[in-house]
Design a protein around this ligand. Sequence first.
Ligand SMILES: [Zn+2]
Length: 252
Amino acid sequence: MKSIQAKIQAIQKELNIESFVKLICKCGSDKEVFFRMEFLDTPLCKECYNKLLMELEKKRRIENTNDYLIQAGVYENELEYSFDNFKGDFEELQKLKEYPHQKELYDLIMIGGTGVAKTHLSIAIMRELIKRGCKSHKMHYYTENEIIKILNSSHKENNFEYYYDKFTDYELLIIDDLGRKKPSEATISNITDLIDDRYKKNKKSIINTNLVLESDNGQANILNLYGQPLFSRLWKYDIVFINLPDYRQKKK
Ligand SMILES: [Zn+2]
């Protein structure tokens, strides 16, 4: 025969009395407090629960930044590039560091000598954007050469429009190494149209080049290689001059 005490305990157990205790969130709120599926050990109010989900999402993004960068076209051997390990210094570096934290992105052209500094800085910008929540499918990194190759081969496969639209639809398109090779007529036309159409769609671009926009000493420049239309478009971009000694030299 069970004692009264044992009977009471059995009834308590059956009714799961402990769950009747008023739930209070760690923030002190007792409104809409529940045990949420993923966090069964802590009662949480709706607000704290949403906050926690956002923090976890941010953590996940930071942990997976490199995966997102690869999806956005960055090569594996360039994944290390960040502002933290950028060694050079020049007047407008701060401006580039602030770029990913602007309310709205803007068109930017980085002009500077040889070396990998511009690539490094572009990827550093992408890395910060990803950390801030920018989705990797909304931005992409390409060299000019890659874009031209893709467009050329898409002509043969009859899907030029598809790729062209893809290039014009990214919220942010990084075009690295513009003018590394002397552009053909087709390249000039494709790149000018692409940059023009992106502008019309209000999509932002970051363009890297060793070429100055124009010069009167006869050296190769955007105006004399690509012509007036592209020159006029790029003239309206924010221009950052990167005057560093060759970055590859400097890294040694
Ligand atoms: Zn709470």
